[in-house]
Design a protein around this ligand. Sequence first.
Ligand SMILES: Nc1nc2c(c(=O)[nH]1)N[C@H]1C(S)=C(S)[C@@H](COP(=O)(O)O)O[C@H]1N2
Ligand SMILES: [Mo]
Length: 422
Amino acid sequence: MLSKISRRDAIRNTAAAGIAASLVSNKTVLATTDEFSTEQLCPHKFLTAGSEFYDVSRGNPKPFSLMGQARVDAGLTPESWRLNVTVDPFTEEGVVREAAEAEKEFSREAGNAITYQQLKDLGKEHGIKFIKAMQCLNIPQPLGQGLWEGVPLSVVLRQCGGMKNVRRVYFRGFHNNDPQQIFQSSVSYTQAMETPPGELPVFLAYKLNNEPISPLRGGPVRMIVPWAHGFKSIKWLQEIFLTNDYRINDTYALNNNDPESYLKTSAYLDKGPSDFIEGEPILVTGQAINGYSGLSRVEYWVRELVQGAKRLDDNSPEINSAPWQKCSLAEQPVWSDVLPVGTDVRSVLGFNSKTGEPNSWPLRYGMISFYTVLRDLKAGRYEIRARTVDQNGFAQPEPRNIQKSGKNAIQTRRITILPREK
Ligand SMILES: Nc1nc2c(c(=O)[nH]1)N[C@H]1C(S)=C(S)[C@@H](COP(=O)(O)O)O[C@H]1N2
Ligand SMILES: [Mo]
């Protein structure tokens, strides 16, 4: 039933892989055999095309499905797009004593909302770009990785002049004029304004991979919050409001998610064949998110499933004391091969502006391919697990073993190895 020959052939067939788009260029030397090509070891494109992101969108109809005049009416074309930046008059007896204030507000109602052109003009002087992976707090798989470009939120807020009593900055996307469909998120005033050295700022993005952001990906303008899971990166951005209500009132919090969680460092396994023949090399691949706490290494463990083997919890002693081994990590790509044509890597945040070297590899809030090749497994059934260890020494799913702060359960792939026919 299993054709060993055909799989071998498939494994050796490297011709079809697009080298320019691949995570690792051909020039990179990898520490494995000639059995697998670079593209097989690291089968992920470095940048994900806008249309190929895993989509997580609410709304009915979904804003990107609006066409023609409906799209114009929704303010979802570059010409019709407008951004309100307003102040929230909210106070609450004994809780929030004074309302937020700003010297200047911008709104459609007052006829002075910020236009797409005005935002792009701000970008001429203050524009930035960086590479970031999108990861949903609730989905155990990265959604994609983009080169995002736009204007820091701090630059937009500066347009409001002096402010008083602003403790939180909220943002909302288009929601079909239906309050039930509002999807909002927020950062603290400090997070918006005081980007630490070497850290990436919150920003209003209007380009993805050097092209205008499509309606599908949240265009014309979406927020990008570098250190957070996807729910902070509001698509179809149209409203920013400044409030003195310090309580974190993100839509995601209402579904029991941790609205202040940081992007988790975590490994995600690729799917692959489940049946092998004894002696055949078994390629295990995946992607790891380099989250807030940084990535130290990716590890794997192969567990033989003997008769009566029990399901293992992520915190079980067997997992904690297992002989985890290091996976190989993809080398840094040749940047001109993987970035959009004409991108000067020295202009990308996270890279040295003189040498073009990245400040870290993997990139901060980026992802990296990992792999290992298993050999010499005897006929039988096995479970393969992968986990990250972060730069504080915590092995996944620690230190935050709460899936509502980011789905990072240890992933398992099951395989069967059939005896070689004598
Ligand atoms: N306006 C709006 N923004 C949104 C969402 C949404 O439903 N509406 N979903 C959020 C969530 S939960 C995630 S994980 C990301 C997904 O981004 P993507 O669809 O570009 O992959 O978008 C975020 N921004
Ligand atoms: Mo999400």
